[in-house]
Design a protein around this ligand. Structure first.
Ligand code: AMP
Ligand code: MG
Length: 477
């Protein structure tokens, strides 16, 4: 049993379409996230029961659930789509946790909706497991993110590049309101709905904005601040989101939609993973540029409710968006300084990135081995990340001049030992497609504690060998 309380379903009709999920022909549970269930006040045992699995697979609508597909629009790779919406997801409802936080419980891959356009409404097993693994790692690493509550396989084949087993992910989020939700009403010139959405977002995510002189402007500033800091956190982990479309920018500031995302192995600022990102729009280094672009689209969508006078509204919006780069740069400088165990030094950070690029250093191991050196360890493993040991020593000399030993403990809390390396994720997926879920379970378990040494899991620390390198992840729909 779940005590649903569905505030989104109480919004006006134009916000969503009521539609039930498809009944999976032969659902079977892959995993319930017991810790998350407990944290948000759900009964993991019930979720794993036949009734629970029926809900998680879409086979049955649980009591109190009011399934709906949310309407939204968005810019995808810069191109405008006036109508996207949940084409393969069903919001089952909301739950309020013991912490007082209201959260969405949503199925993804649960069948077609009025927003499906040409899609089948389904999800293949691979992308479901990738989102499970990566979003749960992000949470463990302290990055705001949607969460994975459960994964089930449907017993159905879905047609992708080839036939694939189908699956459904249960996603938990502070909400699924996106920049694209505001764009949807802006594009339709539905100012009343725009205001209703803003009020909803203020109540649910930004209550402090209620008392601001200009509440929508305050929301814009707060969303921008969360998003700028979020992108800095991604970059500090070598993470590349892959599809930073405006429909994938969540208003509450959580990372959402883990499609063709991945973590860099060898550091190169221009790394992309998506096979469709031909121009490097969403490359690691370009993420803040796209971030400010996405926030500008939010600002634009809010114009009608920022000020009755259009010029005045534009001025307010521009003023707010102009704050992005300082917030982002401060967050990145501070984040990288913490990883290096130094006080903020943007110049040293840039020269370090240059050295890491020139030598193709593994991003995660660079900081992991540096942390060991800071704790008094030997320098050989660090040297091995460089083309020559001498180059490593030269950089280390410059680092020693900056390093503050008082910052060593902090280094260990921000430099993960384990990340979801792409070859490991792909390996877990390939095994699962063949029916063996053990590597998936192991990987999830290792990544629950990314900062703790797990000596019996040392193989998960290693970068891929030449033949294990995964060049790109496919869009995974
Ligand atoms: P995404 O790339 O996952 O952010 O999705 C972008 C848009 O495409 C959203 O409106 C999705 O609901 C829709 N979409 C993606 N995959 C499918 C699918 N298999 N069936 C229907 N709609 C889909
Ligand atoms: Mg999306």
């Amino acid at each position: 049993m779940i005590a649903f309380d569905n505030s989104y379903a109480r919004l006006p009709d134009g916000f969503f379409s009521r539609v039930n999920p498809d009944k999976a022909p032969d659902p079977s549970l892959i995993k319930v996230n017991e810790k998350l269930a407990a944290a948000i006040g759900l009964d993991a045992a019930w979720l794993s029961s036949p009734e629970g699995i029926a809900m998680l697979s879409g086979a049955a609508v649980a009591e109190g659930s009011e399934p709906l597909a949310m309407a939204y629009a968005g810019h995808q790779f810069g191109g405008w789509s006036p109508q996207l919406g949940d084409g393969r997801a069903h919001l089952l409802g909301e739950v309020v946790g013991p912490d007082g936080v209201r959260r969405d419980v949503q199925l993804k891959g649960s069948g077609a909706t009025p927003f499906s356009r040409n899609g089948d409404g389904k999800a293949a097993l691979g992308p479901v497991l990738r989102e499970y693994i990566v979003s749960e790692f992000m949470a463990a690493a302290g990055v705001p993110t949607t969460r994975a509550l459960a994964a089930v396989s449907t017993g159905e084949r879905v047609q992708r590049e080839t036939g694939m087993p189908g699956a459904v992910l249960t996603r938990v989020a502070q909400s699924h309101v996106r920049v694209g939700t505001f764009q949807y009403f802006f594009a339709r010139q539905q100012t009343e709905n725009l205001q209703t959405l803003a009020n909803y977002v203020i109540d649910r995510h930004y209550p402090s904005a209620r008392n601001a002189e200009n509440p929508p402007l305050d929301v814009l500033k707060q969303v921008m601040e969360r998003y700028a800091k979020l992108i800095a956190q991604w970059m500090c982990l070598g993470f590349i989101h892959g599809v930073m479309n405006t429909d994938n920018v969540q208003i509450a500031g959580e990372t959402i939609d883990y499609g063709p995302c991945a973590f860099m192995d060898d550091f190169h600022p221009n790394t992309v993973f998506s096979s469709i990102d031909r121009n490097g729009r969403y490359a690691w280094v370009n993420q803040p540029n796209i971030g400010v672009w996405n926030i500008s689209r939010l600002a634009e969508a809010l114009l009608p409710i920022l000020d009755a006078d259009e010029d005045a509204a534009v001025k307010l919006a521009e003023g707010a968006v102009a704050g992005f780069s300082d917030i982002f740069n401060d967050a990145l400088n501070e984040g990288i300084a913490a990883k290096l165990g130094i006080t903020v030094n943007a110049e040293f950070m840039q020269s370090t990135f240059k050295v890491m690029t020139d030598h193709g250093c593994d991003f995660t191991l660079f900081f992991r081995e540096l942390t060991r050196i800071a704790k008094g360890g030997t320098t050989e493993p660090f040297e091995a990340l460089f083309v020559t040991p001498n180059a490593a020593q030269t950089w280390l000399d410059s680092w020693r001049a900056e390093h503050d030993p008082a910052l060593v403990d902090r280094m260990a809390t921000v430099n993960p030992i384990f990340i979801p390396r792409n070859h490991r994720v792909e390996e877990a997926i390939a095994s699962a497609v063949d029916g063996d879920f053990a590597p998936f379970h192991t990987l999830v378990e290792v990544l629950e504690r990314p900062f703790d040494a797990q000596p019996n899991r040392a193989e998960f620390e290693r970068p891929p060998t030449a033949d294990q390198v995964v060049r790109e992840t496919f869009c995974g729909t």
